[in-house]
Design a protein around this ligand. Sequence first.
Ligand SMILES: NC(=O)C1=CN([C@@H]2O[C@H](COP(=O)(O)OP(=O)(O)OC[C@H]3O[C@@H](n4cnc5c(N)ncnc54)[C@H](OP(=O)(O)O)[C@@H]3O)[C@@H](O)[C@H]2O)C=CC1
Ligand SMILES: O=C(O)[C@@H]1CCC=N1
Length: 280
Amino acid sequence: MPDPASPGSLPIVAFIGGGNMARSLVGGLLAAGADPAAVRVADPSADARAALASDFGVATFESAADAVDGAEAWVFAVKPQVMRAVCTELAAVAQQARPLVVSIAAGITSAQLDRWLGGGLAVVRTMPNTPALLGAGVTGLYANPRVDAAGRARAEGLLASAGATVWIDDEALMDAVTGTSGSGPAYVFLLAEAMEEAAIAEGLAADAARTLVRHTILGAARMLVESGEPPTELRRRVTSPGGTTQAAIEAFEAGDLRGLVARAVRAATRRGGELSAAND
Ligand SMILES: NC(=O)C1=CN([C@@H]2O[C@H](COP(=O)(O)OP(=O)(O)OC[C@H]3O[C@@H](n4cnc5c(N)ncnc54)[C@H](OP(=O)(O)O)[C@@H]3O)[C@@H](O)[C@H]2O)C=CC1
Ligand SMILES: O=C(O)[C@@H]1CCC=N1
């Protein structure tokens, strides 16, 4: 009996959309041992298809209908703006095939996906992030009531090779997942940009600033994950009373960094709801 959570024993999975995130997920799946013969990707771009085929050895298709033929899991990896059209085109096939539907799109709800695909389907709405490319991502997953235990295990198996997974029981919170971890890598990259610029403004050479900042973020992230200790405690150990870090933290707090981050996450979270409404 194959283990449905193991990528090596996945049923045939079709990715509809072969862009940035699909590439990350396909790469992660194969790195975790999935058979390239069990992975298909549909994308309208001949260049994207050629790159996917040569990089990963997966079968590629111009037409989504051809890619999903015989696939038990369909992963929708297109932009929210085209999701309705893409689903509607596949609705008749979906009603016959009854696949496990997995979406990685921001904002688009499981009810919308189900409705556009004709209704009554098992749908898992997920939100991965780009470090999936390194197997260092994190994905939030929500399953609609039609998804059984095997479907959950299958969806988790598809995303687990991209990194950690977190099940979310209340779909209304999936936009907050997007605003936290889906978009989150960009927040860290923005911090890196700002720190590099500040370091250069203090007189450091650009290459020195780049190395100092990148390895500071890498080291701090590893400490966060590997120590399991709360960030407040890790920060306390860097902050000598009356020392340099305290001076910097006071500047951050005076500038309301926490409030700014809260407003940014709120903006991303709200945008998820807007993407859902605007593309219904
Ligand atoms: N980028 C990120 O960090 C994250 C993105 N997401 C979600 O992932 C989804 C994809 O994003 P991303 O990979 O960044 O976007 P991309 O634009 O890189 O990928 C989408 C791909 O879908 C293709 N496409 C368009 N129409 C069809 C169709 N009818 N059939 C098959 N493929 C089609 C596009 O081709 P073409 O360009 O030629 O139109 C493109 O290659 C989005 O819904 C996004 O919300 C989720 C988490 C993180
Ligand atoms: O910016 C976006 O809409 C997508 C979803 C999460 C990350 N990128």
